[in-house]
Design a protein around this ligand. Sequence first.
Ligand code: CP
Ligand code: NVA
Length: 315
Amino acid sequence: MARHFLRDDDLTPAEQARVLDIADDMKRDRFLHRPLAGPRTVALIFDKPSTRTRLSFAVGVADLGGSPLVLDTASTQMGRGEPLEDTARVLERQVAAVVWRTFAQSDLEALAAYTSVPVVNSLTDEFHPCQILADLQTVREHKGTLAGLTLAYLGDGANNMAHSYLLGGATAGLHVRVGAPEGHLPDPEVVARATEIAESTRGSVTVTTDPGEAARGADVLATDTWVSMGQEDEAAEREAPFRPYAIDAALLSAAHPAAIVLHCLPAYRGKEISAEVLDGPRSVVWDEAENRRHAQKALLAFLLEASDKAGTDRR
Ligand code: CP
Ligand code: NVA
């Protein structure tokens, strides 16, 4: 059985810590691990636009000694409705791993169920777990630790980033707070799962509609666009409810004086974050974007090792 990474809680706390340690090692030495030497190929499939994910996986796979194959779904038979089950069987005969950015988490899970090589979620409507690994690496670099810190995410509480901060943050032992308006709160099942994880890691989970309560004393503030990919038609109505949750100088002043600010990017200055904060001294977003590569290389190395040990062919 291959090890997949479909959502943040597919890694145990110990496994997540191991991946973050490998990520730090890889950041120090780009060619430290070469599990894809051969080269073995990794398929990077995109149903949605991407800059950072495409770049960081393509460069990262090459760093690991492999060959990245970037596919836009529309140019494949997937775009013409070939069943996922058939696509999965074709992919596993050619590549060492599949990285897929798509809409429904259930489609990603279906592909993984039919595939004997690792499948990685590079963003669905529900989760963005690779981003959270990079975010955790970034927080640890700047704060020296993870467990016990407070991370407050403000804005769209129902999107992929909110859900991944809940699961991935709880796994790391963070106190995760989500500040979001009514109607845009996280999926209760994700909150319940994050709370369960937090009980074992001594973290905690708080969901509030009060942005000041979420931000107060936080070590890390994070936000994301109010209009995720696929929601473009709702852009006009997706502004007013979120305005009180924008990270600006006033909200930042409620956080810990040494707080850092995360944004997965792309950012919309003047909407979910002010230019002053995004481009200011507390922002670590460029480190965060760079760390996508190191964290994903570590993840791939971990999944490939776990899967190869489990007897998966070395494609
Ligand atoms: N943060 C992120 O996933 O960026 P892209 O959409 O550019 O890949
Ligand atoms: N929530 C955003 C994240 C982009 C990286 C989206 O899904 O569009």
